[in-house]
Design a protein around this ligand. Structure first.
Ligand SMILES: Nc1nc2c(c(=O)[nH]1)N[C@H]1C(S)=C(S)[C@@H](COP(=O)(O)O)O[C@H]1N2
Ligand SMILES: [Mo]
Length: 538
């Protein structure tokens, strides 16, 4: 019994040595990342590598299931895997100290490889956080494992070697094997690691301060071309309907960035170059802001949005007309002999998104946006500058933290998502969504208002119809259309009768095409099908 307990406490000490060593490794890595480049931290780079290698279907599942928490879930997953491996390495280190320490170093190699393989890697220095972290972790494990050897297997040391100055023996057992020795070493490791981690966080926060200050001091100029007034009838007064303008704090966020890029507006640059660019040019933010700005209400939609899903929103965007910049550097549309048919936008974190040059130059309000709903772009939404092309899903148009525009061809280059099973071209599909009643709601019998939004950006919405169960399609009341690039609210009064009912909606776009009934997945170019909500009238 007592030997069983000994084995248990031995294993527990091994395991805690492993976990502490892993903690020390991550903390030191965090500190070094704070000094070198926060985005080069091991959890961030490994997470980024995992995101890039995740099959499209799994990624889509993650976005669907965890929504905006997808990144937190990934981080927790990585930490959980690390914790389990650390437990194992700690127990291993009790009997094989070198092997345990080597195991920790191996993780450093994985982290370093991930860091150097990131598209935004700043070179060899990016390996430093992982390497130094692993060295610290290996050392910690080596030292802790030595002290974790339980009392029942004492290490005999010649008495003379431990004799004090007065010749008195201080004991026959080495302190290495004592429980107190282990606890002391563990305590020192924990305190040192916590301090290193805290200092790392502080340094990281400080690095972002310049960007935060540059955003706080940014004064957006008034638009030369203000947004057309939203017609009074564009906003329906129905409880539970999506507001016409989505507040920034509620605006969906979809991207691959594990740490949101904090770009300093003062040092930000946009480089435009590539095929058919007669005069390649680099712009500063001040140069963009000095140009006439346009202001437009535009609904942005994510290709990962399922039928009835939440990844769509409307904002009042302020920005530079992209077509003007492209013409200035000599770009012509393919239909007028231009050499490039694809515009590849690249972000500071190495994301690439490709849009058809023809669409960008066809007169629509494609822009490099600097403002969102009256304030500079929030960091989450691409500060200082992002691209928007009305009518195209975000992944083929809406590059956040943009820093480079390259004119090329669809034949010559596949951007990030296209390399991962998504379509090269992806105009937004016509969709109508029921916002109220909610699925499985229990509205009282009598008049119930069914309402929601419908979108078919750049084609516009001309009709929305609602059907109850297998009944006839009935015209919903349409709110006034603000523009064909925005969604349109609709509502329908229904005389609800007791029982279970399926409510279905469909929209017709400006070309007269009725939203298809055909259900498709989000991959490769957006979900189609009609939104239904089941309710029970008690
Ligand atoms: N740099 C960068 N830009 C990006 C992405 C990204 O992952 N990285 N995701 C795109 C996708 S898929 C969409 S739907 C929109 C979402 O923009 P939002 O997060 O501001 O709503 O950004 C686009 N721009
Ligand atoms: Mo998206």
């Amino acid at each position: 019994m007592s030997s069983f307990r000994n084995v248990l406490s031995r294993a527990a000490r091994g395991a805690s040595a492993g976990v502490l060593a892993a903690f020390a490794a991550l903390a030191v890595a965090e500190l070094v990342a704070g000094l070198v480049r926060p985005a080069a931290g091991p959890v961030t780079v490994v997470g980024g590598a995992v995101i890039d290698r995740t099959p499209a279907a799994v990624k889509d599942f993650a976005i669907r299931t965890f929504g905006e928490n997808d990144k937190a879930v990934l981080r927790l997953g990585i930490l959980a895997v690390l914790a389990v491996v650390a437990l194992g390495l700690g127990v291993l280190a009790l009997s094989h100290r070198r092997a345990g320490a080597a195991g920790v170093l191996l993780f450093g190699v994985v982290g370093a490889a991930a860091a150097l393989g990131r598209p935004d890697s700043a070179g060899i220095a990016d390996a430093l956080p992982s390497v130094t972290g692993a060295l610290a972790g290996a050392l910690a494990l080596y030292v802790l494992a030595a002290r974790a050897v339980p009392d029942s297997v004492p290490v005999p040391v010649p008495v003379a070697a431990q004799a004090g100055a007065d010749g008195q023996s201080s004991g026959v057992w080495s302190r290495r094997g004592s429980r107190r020795g282990f606890l002391a070493a563990a305590g020192v490791t924990a305190v040192a690691a916590t301090s290193a981690g805290a200092l790392g966080r502080f340094l990281t926060a400080r690095q972002g301060r310049g960007a935060v200050a540059s955003r706080n001091s940014l004064v957006l100029p008034a638009p030369a071309s203000p947004a057309p007034a939203v017609p009074a009838g564009a906003r329906l007064r129905v409880a539970g309907i999506s507001p016409f303008i989505t507040p920034n704090s509620d605006f969906y966020r979809v991207d691959t960035a594990l740490t949101v890029p904090k770009v300093d507006a003062g040092t930000w640059r946009l480089h435009i170059h590539g095929k058919g660019v007669a005069r390649p040019r680099t712009y500063t933010l001040d140069q963009l802001l000095a140009r006439p700005l346009i202001e437009r209400d535009i609904t942005l939609t994510c290709v990962s949005n399922e039928v009835g899903g939440p990844y769509t929103g409307t904002a009042r965007w302020l920005g530079v007309r992209l077509a003007d910049l492209l013409r200035e550097v000599g770009v012509r549309p393919p239909s007028r002999g231009g050499k490039a048919d694809q515009l590849v936008a690249r972000s500071v974190d190495g994301m690439t998104l490709g849009s058809p040059v023809e669409d960008v130059l066809d007169g629509r309000d494609a822009m490099l946006a600097v403002g969102m709903n009256g304030e500079p772009l929030p960091f989450d939404h691409g500060f200082p500058v992002r691209m928007l092309v009305p009518g195209l899903y975000g992944y083929v148009s809406a590059c956040k933290w943009i820093t480079d525009i390259e004119l090329t061809t669809f034949d010559a280059y596949d951007p990030y998502w296209v390399k991962r099973q998504w379509a090269r071209k992806a105009p937004i599909k016509t969709q109508a969504r029921i916002d109220t009643p909610k699925p499985f709601a229990r509205p009282a019998a009598g008049t119930v208002t069914i309402a929601g939004v419908a979108w078919a950006q750049h084609r516009g919405i001309t009709r929305v119809e609602v059907r109850v169960d297998d009944g006839p399609w009935q015209d919903a009341d349409l709110a006034a259309q603000a523009s064909r690039d925005t969604w349109r609210q609709w509502s329908h009064r229904w005389n609800a009768t007791p029982g279970g009912h399926t409510l279905t909606v469909r929209a017709t776009d400006g070309t007269g095409a009725v939203q298809t009934e055909q259900r498709t997945r989000t991959i490769p170019d957006g979900a189609s099908g009609r939104h239904s909500v089941f309710v029970t009238v008690p």
